[in-house]
Design a protein around this ligand. Structure first.
Ligand SMILES: Cc1cc2nc3c(=O)[nH]c(=O)nc-3n(C[C@H](O)[C@H](O)[C@H](O)COP(=O)(O)OP(=O)(O)OC[C@H]3O[C@@H](n4cnc5c(N)ncnc54)[C@H](O)[C@@H]3O)c2cc1C
Length: 480
């Protein structure tokens, strides 16, 4: 039996698109340079398919945009004909917000250019880029934007919702490092949002998601990183969990911002670096990345390498680009996924103990409970610095359900919900908008923004008064 989740904004929004006759579709086709895809086209299925196989939605029309002019044309068409609009960046959103039934979907995946301005230490990236596209280009110069942990994620959704990865403790959320957005607004204008140009829109785009316009380009401030760093992963059998998590708690608390650790509890995947005798067994793993001086990194990670008898250890000097791909194989497109997440004030020993108990009840070989320490740069900015909420967070956990068959939906979702219901007693009360599942709307979206919610609704009312961009974790002007 498959689980039916509550109606998502994408489903609700798509409930009543007007009928589109062939001449109207032809008129749109004449306006755009990129391919226009209908359900009868071979490329339609690939384009509408997102990372999470729980999501199965059918847009009325897909435009694979080749440039800003295609975006302007499509936004104008959607507005004129009352079609809800969705935007697919990397298609990795757990809620499947990139795609909706009956919508006009902009598939940005043909817009993947990156330009690095070495003198200014900036990178401009088109909205269809994946994280790996940006890292590859910036790392040619020993520079990086602070993006996420899996290279196949889209920069657009990640940045617009906040964004954190191995560099967050050093330089903050991804969106803290955006200096400008190129935007096509809901009324079809082309604007640049920065500290000095439309500062209210700039404020809202840094965390407020896809509510305010279609972003066509992001300009990131870059940090010096690598290209060689100390990083990788070490795994131990579950019997070592208490010792490993205790080390994780102490090390990550005291670590300089250059050192970032992620802790994971799961069953061992059949990865070549893990002793095959342990494949499928309960394990604990640390993912480690140090982006400061190499010798200092080796000194700092030595206690990790010395702990107990690891069943796999690939913590070593490596390229930053390889570090950024380390988790890719654990998150393939096409599995079924369901997440529950909360921000944390720290790693309370009781929290880690409870998480270990829930990890022992995992229902699938692919699921995990993960802890991502965040304390550092994000905490130093004022709470209203940008729309992104939860600047008090020192860590975030994700109960990450992942399995293959629809008939296993109910028990895997039940496991994630049960673990979350228990672990949320340690929450700051805030949650991360980019980790919200399909049924998490309303209060959960507000919890992602905290005190920034009211201002967001005012900016939304100004820049998208008709709520054209509503197939997302929606900021409803009527809620103001
Ligand atoms: C495997 C995996 C790993 C992840 N790792 C991290 C991580 O390390 N750190 C982290 O912070 N998050 C992480 N996330 C969460 C991630 O930030 C969100 O899933 C994010 O929404 C993905 O962006 P996307 O472009 O791929 O999403 P999409 O599904 O394409 O889009 C998501 C949302 O963004 C909007 N959007 C997309 N493009 C545009 C645009 N050009 N203009 C306006 N709105 C747009 C869409 O309308 C939609 O609402 C991860 C997710 C996955 C699945």
């Amino acid at each position: 039996m498959t689980a039916r989740l509550d109606a998502s904004p994408a489903r609700q929004a798509a409930a009543a698109p007007g009928r589109l006759d062939a001449s109207l579709i032809d008129s749109l086709r004449a306006l755009v340079r990129g391919p226009l895809l209908l359900p009868s086209d071979a490329a339609y299925t690939e384009s509408r398919t997102v990372w999470n196989a729980m999501i199965d939605r059918r847009p009325a029309i897909i435009i694979r945009c080749l440039g800003v002019a295609d975006v302007v044309a499509a936004v104008g068409f959607a507005r004129e004909h009352g079609l809800p609009l969705t935007i697919k960046g990397g298609g990795h959103n757990i809620s499947g917000l990139a795609v909706g039934d009956g919508v006009l979907m902009l598939d940005m995946s043909l817009m993947r250019g990156v330009r690095v301005d070495l003198a200014a230490r900036l990178a401009w990236a088109q909205a269809g880029c994946l994280l790996g596209d940006l890292d590859r280009e910036t790392q040619l110069h020993g520079l990086a934007a602070p993006i996420g942990f899996v290279s196949t994620t889209g920069i657009a959704g990640l940045t617009l919702g906040g964004g954190f990865g191995y560099l967050a403790r050093r330089v903050g959320y991804t969106c803290d490092n955006v200096v400008a957005f190129d935007v096509v607004t809901a009324d079809g204008r082309i604007v640049r949002a920065s500290e000095t140009q439309h500062p209210d829109l700039f404020w809202a785009l840094r965390g407020g998601g896809g509510n305010f316009g279609v972003v066509t380009g992001f300009t990131y401030r870059l940090a010096e990183v690598g290209p060689e760093i100390v990083g990788g992963a070490v795994a131990w059998p579950a019997a070592e969990t208490v010792r490993v998590l205790d080390l994780f708690r102490r090390l990550s608390e005291d670590a300089p911002p250059e050192l970032n650790l992620v802790a994971g509890l799961r069953k061992a995947p059949p990865a070549p670096w893990i002793n095959p005798a342990y494949h499928g067994q309960d394990i604990v793993a640390l993912f480690v990345c140090h982006t400061g001086a190499i010798a200092e990194g080796e000194r700092l990670v030595a206690p990790i390498k010395r702990l107990g008898k690891p069943i796999g250890d690939v913590l070593q000097r490596r390229t930053y680009v390889s570090q950024q791909c380390l988790l890719d194989a654990t998150q393939p497109k096409g599995r079924r996924y369901y997440w529950k997440s909360e921000y944390l004030a720290g790693h309370d020993p009781g929290l880690l103990e409870a998480a270990t108990t829930h990890a022992g009840r995992i229902q699938s070989p692919h699921s995990a409970i993960l802890f991502f320490p965040l304390h550092g740069a994000i905490n130093r900015l004022p709470a209203d610095h940008s729309a992104v909420g939860n600047r008090d967070a020192r860590s975030v956990f994700n109960v990450a359900g992942s399995w293959e068959q629809p008939e296993d939906d109910i028990r895997n979702i039940a496991w994630a919900r049960e673990a979350w219901q228990d672990l949320r007693r340690f929450s700051t009360g805030g949650t991360y908008v980019n980790f919200l599942t399909e049924e998490e709307t309303g209060d959960r979206v507000r919890a992602a923004y905290g005190g920034n919610w009211e201002r967001l609704t005012r900016v939304k009312a100004e820049w998208d008064p008709e709520n054209l961009l509503r197939c997302n974790k929606n900021i409803q002007p009527s809620d103001a």
